[in-house]
Design a binder for this molecule. Structure first.
Ligand SMILES: Nc1ncnc2c1ncn2[C@@H]1O[C@H](COP(=O)(O)OP(=O)(O)OP(=O)(O)O)[C@@H](O)[C@H]1O
Length: 227
């Protein structure tokens, strides 16, 4: 589903953010990407989303080599990937329903479909009944669940979560990870960047550990730190 073959990324300032990366993520996997600040985690995501291109190596997504994908084809690729950010990125002056509706309208879905689909999305993240609430009326965990629902609009094959629990207390963080786990169990591949040791240790999922642009560990059922 995602494959990096000898991928390196050097930015224009000569920083080598990724150094000969090799890994493959299969359909249905749940993978944590961990590593210190500057290890290259965000760069890895940017390559998957085609926000950046590798300096060398080959990148495969859904079986296609996307290394040299034409710009006009990038939106089609992105529609298959949902993204969740640490800072939620909701629209403050739209309520929960409006936040989802807005994105769906931009994507060109019909009014009927939107009306039918929003309750299903909210049900998935356990937010039915909160349609009329504005972001400021929601807890951090609820806001993050709205952003997860928004990421699910396109029915993505892959959900990428970039430190989704970074702004949340431990209990709420745990709920968010459980929501992601449930989405994974329903078939979506999940890639989650995190710094939270307790979450990684409790989930016992695959761990890809980056250090200075290199993968220093890729372990199934791994922990945050090596045993
Ligand atoms: N657009 C850019 N131009 C130049 N250098 C960059 C750029 N983006 C990232 N870098 C550098 O590449 C390296 C990897 O950065 P990256 O953002 O991928 O790390 P990270 O693991 O996501 O860090 P953090 O946990 O702090 O978000 C760092 O040395 C960073 O300064």
């Amino acid at each position: 589903m995602v494959e990096f073959k000898d991928v390196s990324k050097m930015y224009k300032n000569n920083v080598l953010a990724l150094d000969n990366i090799n890994f493959k993520i299969d359909e249905g996997e749940f993978v944590f990407v961990i590593g210190e600040s500057g290890a290259g985690k965000s760069t890895l995501l940017k390559l998957i989303l085609k926000e950046e291109n590798p300096t060398s190596g080959e990148l495969y997504l859904f079986g296609d080599n996307i290394t040299k994908l034409r710009n006009r084809r990038v939106p089609i690729l992105r529609k298959q990937i949902g993204v969740v950010f640490q800072d939620f990125r909701l629209i403050d002056n739209k309520n929960v329903y409006g936040n989802l509706q807005y994105v769906m309208e931009i994507l060109g879905y019909s009014r009927r479909y939107i009306k039918r689909e929003i309750p299903k999305l909210l049900e998935k993240v356990n937010l039915l009944g909160k349609e009329k609430s504005y972001p400021y009326q929601l807890s951090g965990g609820e806001q993050q669940r709205v952003s997860i629902a928004r990421a699910l609009i396109v029915k993505p094959k892959i959900l990428i979560a970039d430190e989704p629990t970074g702004n949340l207390d431990p209990k709420t963080a745990d709920d968010i990870v459980k929501a992601l786990d449930q989405i994974n169990k329903e078939g979506t591949t999940v890639i989650m960047i995190t710094h939270e040791k307790t979450i990684v240790d409790s989930m016992k999922k695959r761990v890809i550990h980056l250090e200075k642009g290199k993968i220093i560990r890729d372990e199934k059922g791994g922990k945050y730190e090596e045993n």
